[in-house]
Design a protein around this ligand. Structure first.
Ligand code: GUN
Ligand code: ZN
Length: 440
């Protein structure tokens, strides 16, 4: 067993119901971890006294947070990050899709899978719902890399049968066969799970969505993910292509694809009826604020989601999003709500941490396992230890209280401040400590 000594911040309860009190802070706390699971927690002195002789890891130089949960991130788009200045459909044509076609090559896909998984770990993300590739071999490479490193990944083959460049297209029959094979190989293996993933209804015919429904119905523990109501030009085109659908969400719902195991990305422009359907179904929305701002998609109507009772979590949406850090996404979510003025939701530090951790765990059906650092949960954690002398380091020496410290972490924290990341009690990577330049 290992006893971690740290200031621990997490949000086991819901700040959207309980307010700022939802932030739980343990100053000089102790977390005892046995076989990857938190066996005891409390004041360090108390836990140490109750469990004498255990190995102690001293993390008092930084702050321990739950591992981040990214509910929407694209594996084949790592190298497409930074394509600024375009709306969604142009960005897909010019940046994302040309890069995604390169993953037809297994060696290339393996390289990108390495970069992708490493990017998640460096940002402190321990669990992710990942948009895979259109190529089965590339999805296989992603699962293999996630297994090697040990992350909790839910992903699947991305399928489309219209609109996109020809190399990215498949047929409903092939989508079903390839999806089934990947699912049988990877679903439920360690921390990996399968997600049925039509790219968006714009690029999916009705028979393709039927094939997705067939794969989803085959088991009751497989996930579904796609895009929804991201951009107004996209929404108009979906309405034209699905004349029988009442709205964008209906293009999925008519095929039985909107369930408690569905996570739909964006939903920047929902109708009231769509919010009602999402709430009734228990589906979750992945809010991706840096992507929405980079593509000019719009300002996320958070208050409308809360009022309707729709679950919301955070997604980085790499590569339209501007990086893997959910700290950055949290700050951008805060900015977006500020810009909405009285129509925005005041996202305090507790809400930001919840969105980046426990909301995501709940959206992915992993709320009993991860998302906070309670006894009985897996020890998926991030040690934020600012680079010595950095502005974050300086301001964290004088926080007014735990809420203030967390606000500073969301405002200034970067992957460079993520020192150690654990999944199920195992350190998955340590970012290299900065080496001062040697003088000549
Ligand atoms: N809609 C369909 N594909 C994509 C994608 O790759 N990124 C984003 N942001 N939206 C999409
Ligand atoms: Zn996306």
């Amino acid at each position: 067993m290992t006893l971690y000594r740290a200031t621990v911040l997490d949000t086991p309860s819901d700040p959207f119901e309980d307010g700022p009190e939802a932030l739980r802070a343990e100053h000089d706390g102790g977390l005892l971890v046995r076989d990857g699971v938190i066996a005891a927690r409390g004041r360090f002195a108390d836990v140490a006294a109750a469990h004498p002789g255990e190995e102690v890891v001293d993390l008092r130089e930084g702050i321990l947070l739950p591992g981040m949960v990214d509910t929407h991130v694209h594996f084949p788009q790592v190298r497409a990050i930074g394509g600024l200045g375009m709306p969604l459909l142009d960005w897909l044509d010019r940046c994302a899709l040309p890069e995604e076609t390169r993953l037809v090559n297994r060696t290339y896909a393996e390289e990108v899978a390495g970069e992708f998984v490493d990017g998640l770990v460096r940002a402190g993300t321990t669990t992710a719902l990942v948009f895979g590739s259109h190529f089965p071999e590339a999805v296989d490479a992603l699962f293999a890399e996630a297994e090697r490193v040990g992350l909790r990944i839910t992903s699947g083959l991305v399928v489309s049968d219209r609109i996109l460049p020809e190399p990215l297209l498949t047929t409903p029959e092939a989508a079903l066969a390839h999806g089934r094979a990947l699912l049988e190989t990877w679903h439920g293996r360690g921390r990996l799970r399968y997600a049925v993933t039509p790219r968006f209804s714009l690029s999916s015919s009705e028979p393709m969505l039927d094939a997705c429904a067939e794969l989803l119905a085959a088991r009751d523990d497989v996930w579904f993910t796609s895009h929804l109501n991201e951009n107004t030009a996209e929404i108009e085109e979906v309405a034209r292509l699905f004349p029988g659908a009442g709205h964008y969400l209906d293009s999925y719902d008519r095929h039985g694809l909107v369930t408690p195991r569905s996570v739909l990305a964006h939903n920047v422009h929902p109708t009231g009826h769509e919010l009602e359907v999402l709430a009734r179904a228990g589906a979750a929305v992945a809010h991706c604020p840096t992507s929405n701002c980079a593509l000019g998609s719009g300002l996320f109507p958070f208050a409308e989601h809360l009022t309707a009772g729709v679950r919301v979590a955070l997604g980085s949406d790499v590569g339209a999003g501007t990086g893997f850090s959910l700290l950055k996404e949290g700050l951008q979510a805060y900015f977006v709500q500020r810009l909405l003025g009285p129509r925005g939701v005041a996202l305090g530090p507790a809400a930001l941490l919840h969105l980046a951790t426990r909301s995501g765990a709940l959206a992915l059906g992993l709320g009993d396992d991860v998302g906070d650092l309670s006894v009985g949960k897996q020890f998926d954690a991030v040690w934020v230890r600012p680079q010595p002398g950095s502005t974050l380091d300086v301001v964290l020496r004088h926080p007014a209280d735990a809420t203030d410290a967390l606000a500073k972490i969301f405002t200034l924290g970067t992957p460079g401040d993520v020192a150690v990341v654990w999944v199920a009690g195992r350190a998955v990577s340590s970012a290299p400590q900065p080496v001062p330049p040697s003088l000549p």
